[in-house]
Design a protein around this ligand. Sequence first.
Ligand code: NAD
Length: 258
Amino acid sequence: MSTLKGKTALVTGSTSGIGLGMAVALAKQGVNIMVNGFGDKEVALKQIKDCGVELDYHGADMSKPAEIEDLIKQTEKRFGALDILINNAGIQYTANIEDFPADKWDAIIAINLSSAFHTTHHALPGMKKRNWGRIINIASVHGLVASTQKVAYIAAKHGIVGMTKVTALETARTGITCNAICPGWVLTPLVQQQVDARAERDHVSVEAAKIALLSEKQPSGEFVTPEQLGALAVFLCGPDASEVRGVAWNMDGGWTAQ
Ligand code: NAD
């Protein structure tokens, strides 16, 4: 039986993509889930419910600190504890720095970086009281290396890798660990938008745009899947990973090996 059975996880942005993959992987281990995000809630809830765990939904906007505080409080109230925090919600916008709108910068920093500070800030006291917790920050290869046209995203992802290390150090003498996962390309709604934009720009098919996108950066030529990332999260939550602290673990088809 999984050692995680009966624990509770909050996965921010779990109505689609990587967050939903994390939620389903944890639910398969018997972990109860607080779902959050703006995607198709009914589809996400059904997939998680089919795993036979307890679940709930909170519609906090991760750019709003007061709503984030309520999300953590409601999770603890509904399930009795928040054991596993997965900071996953994120958005993207692409433009050169001189064309990058200031409001997009603010939104990306708020959702992709500051939200993880606010969730961690409110979740840590309960985890410390129980002397057990797992915090996983979904960073990106863009937390380790840069690309053009993604200034806010890359600043936020490098920031979250730094925040991961601080959290890991401040909890090093406890049963709480904090690590980051750094995926390469994963075919989720966030990346589909970039594929579609590329297909339109280059007057090629969506299939050709996918191949071009992958071959530019990801040596394997294959997308990473939400299921593979979910399996890594399950490992990081388990007892064998209790001394994995403060890492930024890439799963990227070789992207950052170059
Ligand atoms: P996605 O668009 O499928 O999922 C993003 C989730 O965040 C959705 O549930 C969305 O509703 C939610 N969200 C967005 N804004 C929100 C807000 N203000 N409040 C609450 N929820 C909000 O995209 P994804 O690719 O699954 O992205 C998930 C995470 O993985 C992001 O942090 C992203 O940066 C990271 N990531 C993605 C890739 C990739 O290739 N797809 C690679 C590396 C890292």
